[in-house]
Design a protein around this ligand. Structure first.
Ligand SMILES: Cc1ncc(COP(=O)(O)O)c(C=O)c1O
Length: 389
């Protein structure tokens, strides 16, 4: 740590290994992982299909650059298009870069027409580069980094009239997370996303879904837009996209590619062969049976937490979709819950000082949920937050 920039609040684990739903530290202590690398390791740690795909790829080549064709990139793009909507795929290395391309696309498509503004939302998170930071609707990420990139307007999440008010002849796109993740696990209302799409069609705006956190089964459908029955024009993906290795993906809907020609964009490592092999194995593994299981586990988790909310009035709200779940407290005790769970061998995360977030892998079962919920009850009991206390 001595020579590492201290930008992360570290939980005190030095990792020795990880397998399935568990992480072991160097002292041999085992932790149940309910954060899965912040929604990355959806199939658990080191799933055999991914290990095999990476090993096979390692035996062939690691990096050759995008000057040459990688067969798995073609296969990944074909499968992703088949599972989303017709269009073209660009591979990058991270969520930030996937969004960066979406933002650059909006500018390129509106070139010469002075149409470049993007409506984003309060509480959103889209990345840490200057463009994605500027698109992020949380002041705490902006502080210290001004001047930001111009061209972003912020509407209120789940409030369609606030979006309408911001539309001007300069507006080119709307950028939204179907379920806000870093902002505190806020699912969009069904009608909100539907109305957004209608508004975008009416005003000829691009609807961009940032599914970097919600993609790859997290919300109980392969992509959240499918659960909401609202198809965006542009889809940005990362986190689980690379099956545990760095990969960002931007899907531009049919016809949009005309704005990009040779030299418009690029990346040395984007879609590197190891990440693509791992990601392709992951994408192939998320089938209907797995999605059904995610929904069943998510429902069970939500129901167990709701019972807890009845016992502990300090819980303000339980919300989420599939296995992306947040617990909001009336007090800033989420950090305490993380520390308590850690002592009990469970890894969870606080995305706000009063919001606890669960992003487990899809290989957990009901007994793991029971354990996590009972330890949370233990924490709230210890804090004397129960009914009548
Ligand atoms: C919705 C969303 N968009 C973008 C990002 C940025 O992704 P990355 O950290 O891979 O750059 C994140 C990361 O948490 C995210 O949750």
């Amino acid at each position: 740590m001595r020579n590492i920039l201290p930008v992360y609040k570290k939980v005190h684990i030095t990792v020795a290994r990880a397998q399935g739903k568990y992480i072991w530290d160097i002292s041999g202590r085992k932790y149940l992982d309910f954060i899965s690398g912040i929604s990355v390791n959806v199939l658990g740690h080191r799933p055999s299909a991914v290990i095999k795909a990476v090993r096979d790829q390692l035996g062939k080549y690691m990096h050759v650059s995008n000057l040459y064709t990688d067969m798995n990139q073609e296969k990944y793009a074909d499968l992703l298009i088949k599972k989303t909507f017709p269009g073209k795929v660009f591979f990058s290395n991270s969520g930030t870069e996937a969004n960066e391309l979406a933002i650059k696309f909006v500018r390129k498509a509106g070139e010469g027409r002075n149409k470049f503004r993007i409506i984003s939302f309060s509480g959103s998170f889209h990345g840490r580069s200057m463009s994605t930071l500027s698109a992020t609707g949380q002041k705490k990420f902006h502080d210290g980094f001004r001047p930001l990139l111009t061209g972003f307007d912020f509407a209120k999440f789940n409030d369609i009239s606030s979006v309408k008010k911001l539309i001007s002849p300069r507006t080119a796109a709307v950028l939204v997370e179907p379920v806000q993740g870093e902002g505190g696990v806020y699912p969009a209302e069904r009608t909100f996303l539907r109305d957004l799409k209608k508004l975008c069609v009416k005003h000829k705006l691009f609807l961009i879904f940032d599914e970097i956190q919600t993609g790859f089964g997290r919300t109980g459908s392969l992509f959240a837009f499918q659960k909401y029955f609202v198809k965006p024009h542009i889809l940005t993906l990362a986190k689980a996209a690379g099956g545990g290795l760095p990969l960002g993906v931007t899907v531009l809907g049919e016809g949009l590619e005309k704005h990009f020609t040779y030299g418009s964009h690029g990346s040395t490592f984007g879609g590197n062969p190891l990440s693509v092999a791992a990601g392709l194995a992951t994408l192939r593994s998320i089938d209907a049976k797995m999605l059904k299981r995610i929904n069943a586990l998510g429902d069970y988790f939500m129901a167990s937490l709701s019972k807890l909310a009845a016992r502990f009035p300090v819980i303000r709200q339980i919300r989420g979709e599939g296995l992306m779940i947040g617990v909001e407290f009336k007090k800033p005790i989420a950090g305490g819950a993380v520390a308590y769970s850690f002592k009990k061998g469970i890894l969870v995360n606080a995305c706000k000082d009063n919001i606890l977030r669960f992003l487990p892998s899809f290989v957990i079962d009901r007994s793991d949920i029971d354990l996590v919920v009972s330890e949370l009850a233990g924490f709230l009991d210890e804090k004397s937050e129960g009914v009548g206390k």
